[in-house]
Write a protein that binds this ligand. Structure first.
Ligand code: SF4
Length: 444
């Protein structure tokens, strides 16, 4: 029997599909498993007994297209991942079966049912302890990836209105035993690792102790790998944790600052940032930089409390503080989130021709009617901020400050490289934006 696992192309995030490597590891040994990765390869028909597809919301369309290709050839298709888990009824219009939630604990039943010809429409997996599962099949991931991926914990206890993490992975941290993580790291060839945890540190003493254990053991294992991950602002609080993280190979941490004023933080329920206060953001970056780790600060625009003035103040804040690298996104109401439900209740979701419109839910489009501005005003402000962040002068200033604060040429080079990569991708997006404006003007 052959299982073909498909990863639809994601233009915005090209990282190895860990979930498919996990599914492969849970599949009985008498099955042959192949991962077809659309980030690099075209999806055409290949003989298979069963197809599994994963998808984010912005790739759901493509996933449905690929499902059609295989179903037209009489191959059963199962879909999993966050989008199908939140909207199983929609997915069932395009696939034979949906796995809702994490696949561990249910995948063997899916395979047994398929072998008996009794595949059910849905399978709901419980959130199980994150331990003692087979090692993900990293060997099946596409060889062109230069970054490896791993998870050391799942879940997040916070409930930011726009975030779908706790809907899928629950709102309690589930840690993997550190020794298992080390064993898995040894199976990954790449020297750079993206630790996909929703929050690598977590909050509170128990989580800090486990992070310390993780960092110390990674260092002791002497694997000679560098890593980056997500954390909350409290990552900067304890020097001993920062030191251990850096010594274990951490060189970059993504922190969702989102906004610098309390009104927007309260609106999105971003409690840790409210507690820390925006004044602390810059000191947090400095403290992290001191340990030769650079910060990618994430900011969002388009909250209901946002006006032209608040957004321009966010721009000023970003430019003034020279955070090493910056990512800017529109508020994006992902299905199932509080943000989505609120906007839908108020009839303000504009791009709701589903599933076609799902590809716009990629944080780079305004998919709803903003409250105090028009979508095109918000759009204009987005590009005004982006263009200012990525002027040559401002990139140079950020690079200079990174060098000053980290005192590391290696880290400065890495941060600069990220800035240049962003410059390129935003330049492309900006060119597209100008083209769209031109088309609109011509139509008018
Ligand atoms: S945005 Fe971050 S802190 Fe907030 S719920 Fe999502 S993962 Fe947790």
């Amino acid at each position: 029997m052959k299982l073909l696992l498909i990863n639809p192309n994601n233009a915005f995030q090209k990282y190895p599909p860990l979930s498919l490597a996990i599914i492969a590891s849970l599949t009985p040994k008498n099955w042959e498993v192949e991962i077809l990765d659309n980030n690099f390869d075209k999806v055409t028909f290949k003989p298979a007994d069963l197809v599994g597809i994963t998808s984010f919301t912005c790739t759901a369309n493509k996933a449905y297209e690929f499902a059609k290709l295989y179903r037209d050839n009489n191959v059963k298709v199962i879909m999993g991942g966050i989008h199908a888990s939140i909207l199983p009824d929609e997915a069932l219009n395009y696939v034979d079966s949906v796995v809702i939630g994490e696949a561990e604990g249910i995948w063997d039943k899916v395979i047994t049912d398929f072998e008996k010809g009794e595949l059910k429409k849905t399978y709901k997996a419980e959130l199980l302890p994150y331990q003692n599962w087979p090692m993900p099949r990293h060997d099946l991931l596409h060889k062109s990836y230069t970054v490896g991926v791993i998870q050391t914990s799942r879940g997040c206890p916070f409930n930011c209105d726009f975030c779908s993490v706790s809907l899928f992975n629950g709102n309690q941290y589930r840690h993997r035993p550190v020794d298992e993580v080390i064993e898995e790291l040894k199976t990954i060839k790449a020297k750079t690792i993206f630790i996909l945890d929703d929050n690598i540190l977590g909050v509170g003493k128990k989580n800090e102790e486990r992070a310390m254990e993780l960092f110390v053991k990674i260092k002791e294992a002497n694997l000679n790998k560098s890593w980056f991950s997500f954390a909350s602002i409290n990552f900067a609080d304890k020097p001993e944790i920062l030191k251990a993280a850096a010594e274990s190979g951490c060189y970059m941490i993504f922190i969702g600052f989102e906004a610098e004023e309390e009104e927007q933080l309260v609106e999105m329920n971003k409690n840790l940032n409210i507690k820390a206060g925006a004044n602390s953001y810059i000191n947090a970056v400095k403290r992290i930089n001191k340990y030769k780790i650079y910060v990618m600060g994430g900011f969002i625009i388009g909250f209901d409390t946002d006006t032209k003035e608040t957004i321009l103040r966010r721009k000023k804040f970003i430019l003034k503080n020279k955070i090493n690298t910056v990512g800017l996104a529109y508020l994006t109401p992902l299905p199932g989130t509080v943000s989505y439900k609120e906007l839908e209740k108020q009839n303000r979701i504009v791009n709701n021709n589903y599933p076609t419109d799902w590809n716009k839910y990629n944080f780079a489009n305004v998919v709803y009617k903003p409250k105090n501005l028009t979508a095109s005003e918000l759009n204009k402000l987005f590009y005004e901020i982006i263009v200012s962040i990525y002027t040559k002068k401002n990139i140079f200033l950020r690079t200079f400050y990174t060098l000053l604060q980290t005192r590391s040429i290696r880290i400065t080079k890495l941060a600069h490289h990220t800035n240049m990569k962003f410059l390129k991708s935003y330049q492309n997006a900006y060119a597209q934006h100008l083209k769209n404006q031109q088309v609109k003007n011509n139509i008018k």
